[in-house]
Design a protein around this ligand. Structure first.
Ligand SMILES: [Zn+2]
Ligand SMILES: [Zn+2]
Length: 189
């Protein structure tokens, strides 16, 4: 059995955190890492004890929900709260950071950003990261790694396809089903 890479491990952690998001607009997770250790994590949500967008609806101003603190900010603020240095750290985020988070990340001394999904990718954020020599790299999450039943599912579907072929389903049809299954079961990293 293959071990998952550190990148995949930390990116999976950010995706788990995103599941805790309370804003219905976008679920984001962020994990701050130093020396291959998780030092903080965050998701986008209201301030502690505040009402949740998921319950009350988003508080929209100028096209943005102003109730929530972004995942990256929450992770950085967790470090501030507990006095954990972020200088030279790395951050794993589910989505490309917005311009506000971009500036905070740079100012916190974080030197590497791994993001899974493109999200607006503001050109000014790209420019600032470049200016600050922050390394930005896309690391897509291989969703298979958090599906513990992946191998069983794969075997089951392969067996079903084989049975369909044995029952004499047209080759063209089999090929299409096979393609669909491949799309679902093949990792892209
Ligand atoms: Zn919201
Ligand atoms: Zn942000």
């Amino acid at each position: 059995m293959e071990r998952i890479s550190w990148d995949q491990y930390f990116m999976a952690q950010s995706h788990l955190l995103a599941l805790r998001s309370t804003c219905t607009r976008l679920a984001v997770g962020a994990t701050i890492v130093r020396d291959k250790r998780i030092i903080a994590g965050g998701y986008n949500g209201s301030i502690a004890g505040g009402v949740h967008c998921a319950d009350e609806g988003c508080y929209m101003v100028d096209g943005h929900c102003i109730r929530t603190i972004h995942a990256e900010m929450n992770a950085i603020l967790q470090c501030a709260k507990f006095g954990v240095p972020t200088e030279g750290a790395e951050i794993y985020v589910t989505h490309f950071p917005c311009i506000q988070c971009c500036k905070s990340i740079i100012q916190a001394g974080i030197k590497t950003i791994y993001y899974a999904k493109d999200y607006k990718n503001h050109p000014y954020a790209v420019e600032l990261f470049d200016q600050a020599s922050v390394k930005v790299e896309q690391v897509e999450l291989d969703e298979m790694i958090i599906d513990l039943k992946n191998q069983e599912k794969l075997a089951f579907v392969a067996d079903l396809i084989k049975q369909l072929a044995d029952k004499g389903l047209e080759e063209e049809e089999i090929r299409k089903i096979h393609e669909e299954a491949n799309k679902l079961f093949t990792s892209y990293v």
